[in-house]
Write a protein that binds this ligand. Structure first.
Ligand SMILES: C[S@@+](CC[C@H](N)C(=O)[O-])C[C@H]1O[C@@H](n2cnc3c(N)ncnc32)[C@H](O)[C@@H]1O
Length: 359
């Protein structure tokens, strides 16, 4: 169905940019990976995110946000982008209630109707005082607001533009109908939107990218950040994702970019296969995020690894509390495993970064 939908678009308009292919593969209403009913998270799905491992991650984030919410007072709100299964919102609100720092409302901006339903079900199990603060919004708040914006693994899911270098010129990867039921990619000269985003990267690196080099950019990021953070008058935006600073992202030996497909916990590079059944994701250029934040008038307040962030925000304490109240050896073992997954450099600890922007 989805493949047919994309094939029709290609038949009508010619080769489509890879970013458009990714947008449709992930978000075509009712058909895309995130829009349809497939199990995505956890053991039965394709990947597991930090909030799905247990409550420790969300509890530390709640502790990181609490001082900002407290300082801003009773009108402060939380806006979470891409709430997934609702696990993060559930544990974050529970921890904030325990800390006695309640946001006036907790707004979830979730483009997937399927995930919105799952979030409703999950968050309906919160005590009424907490559940009553949760709302779903269709677009970022346009009115001025104060509080905290949070997004875990959302930037990596934004449709990425794939580019390559040929004879010093920027080309953009497009997708065509392979004619055998599948899709294939071709490179076409990039438009100025994409070419200028790549030239900006080259200028900032201080050198050109080599012939044959292929990677990703998000030329839309400044507009996106302006859209999601524009109304935030005072407070903090926290983005957690796998990624690198620009110099590391565009290292000369990373010649084929960072884009991968995730299918049943296996990462692979056949990104045009199993359309709608596998997750597509690219690492985040955190330098680009900082620039986009600055463009939207936000200050860079911090960038660190997930391990550093969690340890600075009470991981030892929330672990000790959870350990003390665990009722079995299995539960205690799971908690120890959760800490390892969240913090070890070979797991999520180093690859995932946390960037805080402030106004
Ligand atoms: C990899 S999942 C992460 C889910 C959740 N944050 C977690 O950590 O488990 C990506 C999420 O981002 C959402 N998403 C994608 N594009 C978005 C956008 N433009 N605005 C808000 N959410 C978006 C997806 O629907 C999905 O909920």
């Amino acid at each position: 169905m989805l493949a047919g939908f994309i094939r029709n678009e290609i038949a009508a308009h010619g080769p489509i940019p890879f970013s458009r292919f990714m947008e449709l593969a992930m978000y075509a209403p009712g058909l895309g990976y995130y829009s349809a009913g497939k199990t995505k998270f956890g053991a039965a799905g394709d990947f597991i995110t930090a909030p799905e491992l247990g409550s420790l991650f969300a509890r530390c984030v709640a502790r990181a946000l609490a001082p900002t919410l407290q300082e801003l007072g009773s009108s402060a709100q939380i806006v979470e982008l891409g709430g997934g299964s609702g696990a993060f919102a559930f544990d974050c609100l529970t921890e904030l209630a325990a800390l006695r720092v309640m946001p006036a409302r907790y707004a979830l901006l979730e483009p997937s109707a399927d995930l919105r339903e799952r979030q409703r079900e999950r968050l309906g199990a919160l005590p009424p005082d907490l559940a009553g603060r949760v709302v779903w919004i269709d677009r970022p708040p346009e009115q001025d607001w104060q509080g905290a914006l949070f997004a875990n693994e959302v930037l990596d899911a934004l449709p990425a533009t794939r580019f390559s270098m040929r004879d010093g010129e920027v080309f953009e990867e497009h997708v065509i109908d392979a004619g055998d039921g599948g899709f294939a990619s071709i490179d076409l000269p990039a438009d100025s939107f994409t070419a200028n985003a790549v030239r900006h990267v080259e200028r900032d690196l201080g050198h050109g990218l080599a012939d044959g080099y292929r990677s990703e950019v998000l030329p839309q990021l400044p507009y996106w950040i302006q859209a999601v953070c524009g109304g935030l008058q005072r407070g903090m935006a926290l983005f957690v994702d796998y990624g690198y600073a620009r110099r590391e992202y565009y290292r000369s030996d990373r010649r084929d970019g960072t884009l991968i497909a995730m299918y049943r916990h296996r990462a692979h590079t056949d990104v045009l296969a199993r359309v709608g059944l596998q997750d597509l994701t690219a690492f985040v250029d955190f330098s680009a995020l900082a620039e986009a934040g600055k463009g939207a008038g936000l200050r860079l307040a911090g960038l660190g690894t997930q391990a550093e962030f969690l340890m600075a925000n009470g991981l030892d304490q929330v672990f000790a509390e959870a350990h003390a109240s665990a009722d079995s050896e299995t539960a205690r073992y799971r908690l120890a495993q959760e800490v390892k997954r969240l913090t070890l450099p070979t797991e999520m600890g180093d690859t995932f970064k946390v960037m805080a922007l402030e106004r």
